[in-house]
Design a protein around this ligand. Sequence first.
Ligand code: ADP
Ligand code: ZN
Ligand code: ZN
Length: 689
Amino acid sequence: MFARIALEVPISAWFDYAVPPDWRAGLQPFDWVWVPWGKGRRLGLFLSYEASSEVPQAKLKTLIGPARDAPAMPASWQALVRFASRYYHRSIGEIGLPAIPKPLRQPGPLSAGSTALERAQRRARTVLSSSVATVPSPPPALTPAQQAVLATLRPAAEAGGYQPFLLFGVTGSGKTEVYLAWFEQLLARHPRAQVLLMVPEISLTPRLVAQVRARFPEQDTVVLHSGLADMERSAAWLTAAEGRARIVIGTRLSVLTPLPGLAGIVVDEEHDPSFKQPDAAFSSARDLALALGSIAAVPVLLASATPSLESWQAAAKGRYQLLRLPERATGAAMPQIRLVKPAPREVAGLGLSPASAQAIEEALARDEQVLVFLNRRGYAPVLYCMHCGWLSQCSHCSAYRVLHKIKGRYRLICHHCSQTLQVPRQCPQCGATHLEPLGQGTQAMEESLARRFPGARIRRVDRDVAQRKGAVETIFEEIQSGEADLLLGTQMLAKGHDFPKLRLVVVLDCDGALYSGDFRARERLFATLMQVAGRAGRAAPVAGAAQAQVIIETRFHEDPMFAALRAQDYEQFAAQELAEREGVGFPPFCHQALLRARSPSMEKALDWLARARALGEPLLAEGGPVMHDPVPMPMARLANQSRAQLLIESPTRPRLHAFLRQWLDVLRQQAPAFASDLAWQLEMDPLEI
Ligand code: ADP
Ligand code: ZN
Ligand code: ZN
């Protein structure tokens, strides 16, 4: 008798093991089992018993046994892993095992001593009881719009069953209150009901977690994200998997948490690209949330002020039920958006246009907070030799090394391969001794602002600041309590925050996306600008106060995207953009997959893709998918690897999957012979092409 086991190894969909006599029965699908691997052992998921195996008897190893005290994986989790495995064309082990926190997968002592699992279980017992006591906060009276949305959501909460909703609510419309009120309905369904709240990034919304805990002080709430210490995450994961945590707040990886009592899912900021990441087989956590809703027969609420065009289209077609919150919950007006030209380069010393500088000065004089948005960290994006034109190109990547100032010293850092170098004293090309920073990043802007507005308490927020533990949290508190005046930051400051004193937003240098070759760049820019604009003027209006303001510095005032932005009319933008995509047949009007190859040589990568393409040609059906030519990726070189891609497009999903299944089978068998030193991967529904 044999056991078929899924492992986190890409070479095979499963591995067969002989079963010791005492384990000839009793293993259930997806039970955690230990198998021998090399000199050690690894965790696998049991798939099935088999009467025969193709592995020669002599090579066959014997299963070690089930993992002690492992939680049972609920049927919905098993089905979701199977679905994701089919959809993303990965093995069950590649999808299911990374979803289990690392310490729980690591082999511990076999007999004596406690395993990581047992330690996490002990920790889990205390994790809930020791969670900080929160002051309960009663809900505000809901606005009529919030009430109407909840009236539509209530039947779905009470009856259960899969139903997808898209909540389209402007920034500040009080979406969070809707989630909280809906959770109350969902948690009332049964005594072990669980809800899942997915957010793009937890560290950026510390208030959200506090809000949830304050509203549900009686319910165990756990938080799951990759920033947690291993044991902490394992313990939180276990309380969720054992059904004890009733509210789970998590980032993209939380969608694959086993939740035996799942009653409903909310995906906040559903458009956010961070729900899709190169980990977990390039899966989209938003799409998996919908799949999970359908599998577990529970309602799913996607929410955004700027829904992804895919979701918007699905709502237009009636596949999702559209819910609207068209106004701010506090009664505040939407801010006024103004476009101004950036300062010409010669007078760019400050890096701000005169109009922006004046508006900032006036706002500070009124004792209002100001947010300057510059989505570029570091001191300057590139170092330049005025004499010969040398630029600080990274020698391993198709990118410039960025000038950074670290503890008063300048360094050149590549944001892609992280290589850090001293700044050369002389131009490496011509020997000239004067090298100039070109353009401004947040560090330089911070210095400029400090010179221009000497009295202002300036706070910078970007990934560099965030490296210091607790730094960003402290700054968010200072902003809330009014101990900061002038905020400067990247994306990290744009998302989700509710800063009541903030009444002016200035956006710098956002034009890059307008001439990017990526067809989703405009959608992303529009969403970012709406989000960052949405930080201004959220608090209840004060009599006599002027309208909150947003100033956007751009050279492209005539671009139709800005007309929609100034009107703060997402629907106008979506209509424009969808019409354009329909015209050229881009998603959501077609379905895409990317085959990627990377190798030290670009020639090799392109050649490999060309041969892969030739193998696929005979499998293409009439009216089915088409394969484009292999091309270098937009970021053609990364850490000394050349990267190329081949785009596959299909009018329908089933045809795409049918083709990919056949093609990948052939590739897995034949492709290893094409080239050594080459890695390849398939990405479904790529966000960037
Ligand atoms: P969104 O997530 O839609 O951008 P938030 O949920 O952050 O908006 O809410 C914006 C602001 O409106 C918050 O300060 C919140 O406390 C407030 N708010 C939400 N609902 C109400 C309500 N019913 N009455 C008064 N204020 C509300
Ligand atoms: Zn030079
Ligand atoms: Zn590099």
